[in-house]
Design a binder for this molecule. Structure first.
Ligand code: ATR
Length: 290
């Protein structure tokens, strides 16, 4: 970590809980790699103190904040300006304090896009399904709309949420959108790319997958799971066994942080610097000691 001096700018994460976050690791390594004088710390915030936390951070001239569960929606009430992308996703994960104003951004879609394109997955013209219709699915859907996918299928246990998301996306993008339940997915042979955004398969639920049907995986080319713990969910294991290319969620977590750090510091982080910090993060998360 850089030495703290009179010029050090403070960054942080607000959420509840925050004790397991990897963000300090990522941002403090980015600062060291870029030789920028920032320090990043977690801030545990109680719901009734959300507004005063934002106002306090502004008063203390923090450079910016990340926002995590459960505040990505609520925090929008306390901003002066909302970036267009954050408006489309309808959630904020990054706040920048600048010129006396509090700006809200969402870097999840950018982060996911950068993490899949570096592995060779380009979305334009693809037929994509998204499993889940919560906050994470919304970022994926906006990314798909911006990247001009040919077809988008939204799959959720609670169909009403998938229909609501489909309606919102249809208003924003000229895109062919369908909604179905998990039970109908086997029929979806036309899908070539699948994003898994539910919490099914998350540690310690290692044996669960939202879908196991052979016929579904046979037609797939790419399977992306937003979960990074375990590194290979049951969903990704089944996909890999069918020869499908797989991507887990660590890259998205990492690149959404990279984008936030770029916004705060008004810089572009060179890809080779990002790759080297990602290698450190991967070792930190997956290589067990002893
Ligand atoms: P996130 O911000 O991670 O997307 P979220 O907004 O709470 O979190 O959304 C969780 C998603 O996982 C939802 O799509 C949820 O489905 P429902 O809308 O039907 O609740 C899905 N999910 C979580 N547990 C599930 C389970 N056991 N079976 C099916 N879907 C599940």
């Amino acid at each position: 970590m850089n030495r703290i001096t009179g010029q050090t700018r403070v960054l942080g994460l607000i959420g509840n809980p925050v004790s397991h976050t990897l963000s300090p690791f990522i941002h403090n390594h980015l600062a060291a790699a870029m030789n920028i004088n920032t320090v990043y710390v977690p801030f545990f915030v109680e719901p009734e103190h959300l507004q005063s936390a934002i106002e306090g951070a502004k008063a203390l001239h923090l450079q910016g904040l990340n926002v995590t569960v459960p505040y990505k929606l609520d925090v929008m009430s306390y901003l002066d300006r909302l970036d267009e992308r954050a408006g489309k996703i309808d959630a904020v994960n990054t706040i920048k304090f600048k010129d006396g104003l509090t700006w809200g951004y969402n870097t999840d879609a950018d982060g996911l896009l950068r993490s899949i394109e570096r592995l060779g997955l380009f979305l334009e013209g693809r037929s994509v399904c998204i499993l889940g219709a919560g906050g994470a699915a919304r970022s994926v859907a906006v990314m798909c709309g911006e990247q001009k996918v040919k077809k988008l299928i939204l799959v959720n246990r609670t169909k009403k949420k998938a229909f609501d998301l489909a309606e919102d996306m249809a208003r924003l993008f000229d895109m062919d959108i369908d909604v179905c339940g998990f039970e109908d997915l086997v029929e979806m042979k036309a899908v070539d790319t699948c994003f898994q955004t539910t919490s099914i398969g998350l540690h310690p639920d290692h044996e669960a997958s939202p879908i196991e049907a052979e016929a579904f995986f046979k037609g797939l080319q790419w399977a992306v799971d937003l979960i990074y713990n375990p590194s290979e969910t049951k969903f990704l294991q089944i996909a890999a066994a069918h020869g499908v290319r797989t991507v887990n969620g660590l890259g998205m977590l990492f690149y959404q942080a990279v984008r936030a750090y770029e916004i705060w510091n008004e810089i572009t982080i060179p890809e080779e610097v990002a790759e080297s910090v990602l290698a450190s993060l991967t070792a930190h998360v997956y290589i067990k000691k002893g």
